[in-house]
Design a protein around this ligand. Structure first.
Ligand code: NAI
Length: 284
């Protein structure tokens, strides 16, 4: 089955990026938002982002026009009947995602594959709100979706090999991304490795083992990382990191995933990293 018609539910940070990637790959792409104002906002975001891509020489003006021509915006799930693949990128709430998936299951054609961009909710739990568990999987893009090559493909107990193969081929050969497969465990592959590393850097800083600058320099100049762990934590957002660490700790009950006291204190004080202007570093 070739995927040609795509829908993205939610035109926020991730949804608009995923929609841009899909439309750039030649797919007819519909973005669904809650109301007309938000749909218009998503459209503006995509216009601006593709304009920047032209300015930076990433695509030609002609390709941009083609890309925008393949995109449409709606507030109605009814427009999604003929879609081959629907990628959900709404807020990280189990009940909101369950509503979206049960609605999609009733509306889209039987052959359609339903994917979630969730960072932390179990794919099996999401699939339970549909009657097509074998056609439900996770497609976890990284931010910004237009730039980061990785997509984690997450299978639940029910996801079929056929579904995985179709989406893997689409992700690699059509979207030009780098898919990796993982089963449905909290943190998937990347966050399960990355988060304990970031939390260890916080413990180290809290104990006064080294300055934040030296901790970050250690990983940048010793391991060729583009950013140190404390800079990266500020960039991700300390509140987001605390949430992800809690989800990992809840699933595995291993101390390595427990949010360190310094992280909890900083989040309570409103020091959320780059987005609040203050974290391990201070931003203008
Ligand atoms: P966001 O808050 O920027 O966007 C969510 C959008 O979904 C909003 O525009 C909202 O109006 C819309 N929405 C909510 N309910 C809806 C519904 N019923 N129908 C249609 N649209 C609806 O959130 P963001 O950051 O884009 O995250 C979306 C998903 O992607 C979450 O599951 C998150 O965990 C995941 N994710 C986020 C990453 C990030 O760095 N922000 C990275 C990878 C995954």
């Amino acid at each position: 089955m070739a995927i040609e018609k795509v829908a993205v539910i939610g035109g926020g940070t991730m949804g608009s990026g995923i929609a841009e990637v899909a439309a750039k790959s030649g797919c007819n792409t519909i973005v669904v938002e809650i109301d007309a104002g938000l749909a218009e906002l998503a459209q503006k975001k995509l216009e601006t982002s593709t304009e920047k891509a032209v300015t930076r020489g990433k695509i030609s003006e002609e390709d941009r026009e083609g890309l925008l021509g393949r995109l449409s915006f709606t507030t109605s799930f009814k427009d999604l009947e003929d879609r081959d693949l629907v990628i959900e990128a709404v807020v990280e709430s189990p009940s909101v995602k369950a509503d979206v998936f049960s609605t999609l299951d009733e509306i889209v054609q039987d052959s359609a594959i339903l994917a979630s961009n969730t960072s932390s909710i179990s794919i099996g739990e999401i699939a339970d709100s549909t009657e097509r568990g074998e056609k439900v999987l996770g497609m976890h893009f990284f931010n910004p979706a237009t730039i980061q090559p990785l997509v984690e493909l997450i299978s639940s107990e029910e996801t079929s090999e056929e579904t995985l193969q179709i989406v893997e081929t689409f992700t690699r050969d059509v979207m030009g991304k780098h898919p990796i497969r993982t089963i449905d465990r909290a943190g998937f592959v990347v966050n399960r490795l990355l988060v304990p590393y970031l939390l260890q850097a916080m413990h180290m800083f809290d104990r006064g083992q080294a300055t934040k600058e030296d901790i970050d320099a250690g990983m940048k100049f010793g391991c060729a990382h583009p950013q140190g762990p404390l800079e990266l934590s500020d960039l991700i957002g300390l509140d987001t990191l605390q949430l992800v660490a809690e989800v990992l700790y809840e699933e595995f009950k291993e101390p390595t995933y427990a949010p360190p006291p310094i992280l909890k204190r900083m989040v309570t004080a409103g020091h959320l990293g780059r987005k609040s202007g203050k974290g391990f570093y201070t931003y203008e």
